[in-house]
Design a protein around this ligand. Structure first.
Ligand SMILES: [Zn+2]
Length: 108
């Protein structure tokens, strides 16, 4: 089956996305094995796809890192809040005890 370079060019994106029929796939595979021009085109497209995919992964990794950073920040904030509340309640407890003892001293 002889397929023109133009048809292969049209099929290449489908071939790379693996959404073309097995006949088209075979035609493209056979053509790019024989035609250097289309092979170069195919490699360029493949590289582009890989590059865009790694770019996507990078941004995803960055997003996850940012999220964990934010999460850690939130953790520290709530931890500090917890410590503050704990100190405050201990202080309040001591204050109550102090006042209670003071009252007892006065009345006793
Ligand atoms: Zn060709």
């Amino acid at each position: 089956m002889i397929v023109s370079c133009d048809i292969i060019k049209d099929l290449l994106p489908l071939y790379l996305d693996d959404v073309c029929s097995s006949d088209s796939k075979t035609a493209v595979t056979e053509h790019i094995a024989a035609c250097e021009k289309c092979n170069a085109e195919f490699r360029a497209m493949q590289k582009e796809i890989q590059f865009s995919m790694t770019g996507q992964n990078m941004t995803e990794a960055e997003a996850v890192m940012n999220l964990s950073k934010r999460w850690k920040k939130g953790m520290t904030k709530s931890l500090l809040k917890g410590i503050f509340i704990a100190i405050l309640s201990i202080a309040a407890l001591f204050l109550v005890l102090y006042l209670f003892m003071d009252v007892r001293l006065i009345t006793g």
